[in-house]
Design a protein around this ligand. Sequence first.
Ligand code: BGC
Length: 762
Amino acid sequence: MKPLSLAAALLLAGSSILVGPALTAQEAASPAAQRPWMDKSLSPDRRAELLLAAMTLDEKVALLHGPMAIAFGPQMPIPKGAVGSAGYIPGNDRLGIPALQESDASMGVTNPGLVRGAQDMSTALPASLLLAATFNLDIARSGGAMVGTEARSKGLNVQLAGGANLLRDPRGGRNFEYLGEDPLLAGLIAGAAIGGIQSTGMVSTMKHFSINGQEHNRMTADSIIGEANHRESDLLAFQIALEKGDPGSVMCAYNLVNGVYACENDQLLNKTLKRDWGYKGWVMSDWGAVHSLGAITNGLDQQSGEQLDKQVFFDKPLKQAVAGGSIPEARVTDATRRILRAMFANGLFDNPPVKGDVDFAAHAAIAQAQAEEGIVLLKNEGVLPLARTAKKIAVIGQHVDAGVPSGTGSSQVTTPWRANAMTPIRSVPLGGEGMMASWSNVVFHPSAPLAAIRQRFVPAGQSAAPANPFGPPPSTPVTFDNGIYPEAAAAAAKDAELAIVFVYQPSGEGDDVPDMTLPFGQDALIEAVVAANPNTIVVLQTGNAVRMPWADKVKGIVQAWYSGSKGGEAIARVLFGEVNPSGRLPLTWPVDESQLPRPAIPGWGAPADASVKVAYDVEGSDVGYRWFAREAKAPRYWFGHGLSYTSFSHSGLTLSGGSSVSATVEVTNTGKVAGSDVVQLYLVGKPGGAARRLLAFEKVALKPGETRRVTLPVDPRLLAEFDEKAHGWRIDAGDYRIGVGSDAGSVEQVQSLRLGARRMKP
Ligand code: BGC
């Protein structure tokens, strides 16, 4: 056995420092010029160890911090060597360590402050919330691979993706960047998307660790939650994402957790992530989330976006602390080892990114396929799909002529792909004050629903777009009103066979929306249109659930979210039945705020830097549908809801227990057209009483009349409680009641399964 290094000794002493075996004499003697760590046949751990042995303390510390990679005026140009993106950690020429070129985010490669020029283009995937609504891991993986491929084509090698915080409030500004309210769904989709990004030779993050449930007062909000509640909810989503996706890095959050900033939270970073889960990658801070040098002792490995912090703690102050003995050099080595190991494991040394062209047509098809699977048909009273024989369709709504809206903030693709790079992009500044105001522009990704709808009425090969932008549109049955004045919209709808009203809600990083009401008077617009024409369909383009006071009056409601680079086309295909909708809600849709665990947003009205406690133990791990089930409240729509142009039936549920619980069930397409069902398996009761949890799901494509038997393996943690005293998961002996649901509120075929007591590691 090889001798243990100091770091290994520390690990044995119970710390969460990661170690590799010490070098053999031969390895240690090999001259640095030989770069033995470039031997691809060695494991990432071994390669990191060989490289570490050649590094000085200064060289290690240099990898532990870095700036934003954008210019702050002429005084602070973009850092030398940086491609231009969210972040940059300089490489090391002497040792051949590549720089980390870090770019946002999950939905496409961003271009912050147009740092790579206005002509730079990226494909915009739909909102992550739409991705979650697909319930389709293959779609998540292919979207991730697309983003990774585009990032590499711009010379980037770290993607700041993998947002997996649970949606706890339908006013959350960043909910569109996350994957809904359920830990299994969010964890699996995040894991698949991260895996897709990393399959291209990038490192992906998983973020924002943890319980970053509101944007309001995000730098000072203190998320208060008990250990068991946290483990069973947000942490479980992250744990599953980590197991499935193995992200090279984890980004800690801005907020505090139980009184301690997330980026210096020993309980979260050292004890949970690194010790309990055995995480071998590195923890990077969010931009401006580091408040002290002590963060390194508490588990943070790298200070990102360092201009935004009060001090570059992880540079000179760190070296001084090592020299003075207050921080062991072994901790610096451990942090460096984690970064290098993830770089080796994901190909950053062996397969550096090469700038080059992108197959935008292929990537647009990926964005479109995602949009088509994640648009949710919420209501349909026989009005959809639309026929191409309509004599007059009134399309109404702001910016429907330009494109589909996108969420704002660091994740936003502001220079989206367009066939002609010179085509101007409609971007609507929301205004405001403060740091995030300049980011608050609703960029309309240029896939206009109006053109896509009109296209259905012109002969194949002809364009529905006006040949001359100043000229009239081609003759089709489709009229357009911009929806600014309800009276004008009502007049346009009055004599039409059908009115389609598109409404949108901006949401984004930096703050929550104050309430669930649609802005810009759009409720009044819908009311006016439906009063003029009862044959009205509403297409929602929102980053959240919204109040729908008109829901009972309209004939159809389609939730299109923020639908990305081909959103307009995808919406049109769903409306006309070229695509059978198969999206299911990844969130429970409340009627209004009074049904929420926190009817008012904590800290609303307080100054931006006020410290605010957010009491998450109110719902605890009963997030979303579990809260509604526990409190016997009736939402407007349950998690998992989504209609189709066909119908499905489920039968023959059989459960099997023992050490690996699973279910099988038959699903049949009982309608006349092909379609996809999301088979959802729910727990409804356990030995302690009622309990509602999604246990497994599978999306199944079926031809009319086709039946398929699906097998649904159950992650045992979903049947368990987190036992704080025993520090692990505990399944109590007894009967577990399990059924199949078309959503979380209507679970049928419930059967009992007797399980023995069982304990599992945390
Ligand atoms: C966001 C992160 C993002 C980072 C870099 C922060 O404001 O919270 O999600 O990755 O900026 O742009």
